[in-house]
Design a binder for this molecule. Structure first.
Ligand code: GAR
Length: 195
C-alpha cells in the first residue's frame, strides 16, 4: 500500500514575503518533498506572506499572538506531522514545542552559530556578516528549541562573500540557497524518520 504523505504546517512572519513558504509548497507539489502543506499560519492578516499563501491555494489561517497563543497554535496545527518556520521571528510557545518534539524546523540566513539570536533577521544578519569581514556566508536549517536559533543544525548551504557585496546582494544570494535548503532538509528528516 502506498504510504500517505506527511502533513506540514508552515508559520510565516508578519514582516516576511513568504518566499521560503512558497518554495516549500512548490517542492511538496512537485514531489521533491514527500509531504503536503496542510496549513499556513500567519501572525497577522494582510501580510505579504499570507497573501502569497492564499494565492497558492493553501489553507491559510491567522493566529495572532496574545492570550492562549500556544493553545490556539496547537489547534490550528491539528493533523500536522511537521512544522516549518519560514520567516517567523518569535520564540515558539512551549505547547507547540511539546506537541512537535524534534519536528519543528527553522530557516536562518546565516551560518549558525554565527550571526544568530534575538534581533538577528533579514538585513541585520547580512550587515553584521559584512561588518565582520566574513569571506563566506549562507543559510542554516535547524531544529527549533526554546531559544533563538540554537537547535541542532540539520543542513547548511554556503556562498562566498565578495568584496563588492552589499547587504542586498548578499541577501539575494543567500535567499536562493534558502529556497533549496529548506526543501532538502525537510525531505531528509522525513526520509530518516520513516526508515
Ligand atoms: C528569510 O531570510 C529567513 O531566513 C529569515 O526571514 C526571511 C523570511 O523571508 N528568518 C530569520 O531570520 C529567522 N531568524 P521569506 O518571508 O521571503 O521567506
Amino acid at each position: 500500500m502506498e504510504k500517505s504523505l506527511e502533513r506540514v504546517g508552515i508559520m510565516v512572519g508578519s514582516k516576511g514575503r513568504g518566499s521560503n513558504m512558497t518554495a516549500l509548497v512548490k517542492a511538496c507539489r512537485s514531489g521533491q518533498v514527500p509531504a503536503e502543506v496542510s496549513v499556513v499560519i500567519a501572525s497577522g492578516a494582510g501580510s505579504d506572506a499570507e497573501k502569497a499563501a492564499i494565492d497558492l491555494g493553501v489553507p491559510t489561517t491567522v493566529v495572532t499572538p496574545g492570550d492562549r497563543y500556544g493553545e490556539r497554535l496547537v489547534e490550528a496545527l491539528e493533523g500536522c506531522d511537521w512544522l516549518c518556520l519560514a520567516g517567523f521571528l518569535r520564540i515558539l510557545p512551549g505547547e507547540v514545542l511539546q506537541k512537535f518534539p524534534d519536528r519543528v524546523l527553522n530557516i536562518h540566513p546565516s551560518l549558525l552559530p554565527k550571526f544568530g539570536g534575538k534581533g538577528m533577521y533579514g538585513h541585520h544578519v547580512h550587515e553584521a556578516v559584512l561588518a565582520a569581514g566574513e569571506t563566506e556566508s549562507g543559510c542554516t536549517v535547524h531544529f527549533v528549541n526554546e531559544r533563538y536559533d540554537e537547535g541542532a543544525v540539520l543542513l547548511q548551504k554556503r556562498c562566498p562573500v565578495e568584496p563588492d557585496d552589499s547587504a542586498e546582494t548578499l541577501a539575494a544570494k543567500v535567499l536562493k540557497l534558502e529556497h533549496q535548503a529548506f526543501a532538502e532538509a525537510l525531505s531528509k528528516v522525513i526520509h530518516e524518520r520513516s526508515c
